[in-house]
Design a protein around this ligand. Sequence first.
Ligand SMILES: Nc1ncnc2c1ncn2[C@@H]1O[C@H](COP(=O)(O)OP(=O)(O)OP(=O)(O)O)[C@@H](O)[C@H]1O
Ligand SMILES: [Mg+2]
Length: 226
Amino acid sequence: MGTLLKQGLFITFEGLDGSGKSTQLALCAEALSAQGYKVLTTRNPGGTAFGQELRQILLHSKGPVFPLSELLLFIADRAQHMDEVVFPALAQGTIVLCDRHMDSTLAYQGYGRGLSIDTIRDLNHIAIQGKQPDLTFLFDAEPAVLAQRVNHRGQADRMEGEKAEFHNKVRAGFLDLAEQEPQRIRVFNALESPEALHPKVRQALEALLKPLASLPNQENSRGQAV
Ligand SMILES: Nc1ncnc2c1ncn2[C@@H]1O[C@H](COP(=O)(O)OP(=O)(O)OP(=O)(O)O)[C@@H](O)[C@H]1O
Ligand SMILES: [Mg+2]
């Protein structure tokens, strides 16, 4: 038995490396699938073949990557991802769970690297073609604590290799964004256990899904109204 949404939902997971984005995303995907929803898990950068190539450059380029060119590659990845993955999935009533999205670009390239926030907003706006995430989960904690969770992964990528000061700015940036858009961006304490966080994340999702499921134009998998 499925619960078919007429129009899907676009949900993004944000936070520093090691904050538990992928962990909570996977738990949500499992739970929503079990409820009968169509679910797609994906990520920025790298959610398409083209994006995978950009991701390699973005995270592992051997030569210097200047902040503006870095920004434009992230935006190119995002534009491709919206057209190739997100829009088609939403049109089919799929719940899209995306690991990092436009808020990461604002936090890292804007607050972190110091590029103009207004410029990034404009570029994000072009890339997303007006489709903001319906809901965003931000997992927040002290960068130094989070770094300890992931430092066994081996060779650090270009972002992970940045100094503590950079990650502190990124963290503050994420929190600033959440303060500006409290309805869309929900902040969670990343130091709570995955088991404690998951029900809270689910509760926010349910609040979004409930009114949709009760709409008369929603159909279940057999094409019957629910
Ligand atoms: N709430 C939590 N409490 C403690 N440890 C956690 C929690 N969530 C995830 N972890 C562990 O911390 C590590 C990082 O988690 P995860 O990969 O989900 O983070 P991430 O935000 O996706 O990181 P990255 O941005 O590097 O992909 C993993 O080893 C995971 O098992
Ligand atoms: Mg991850």
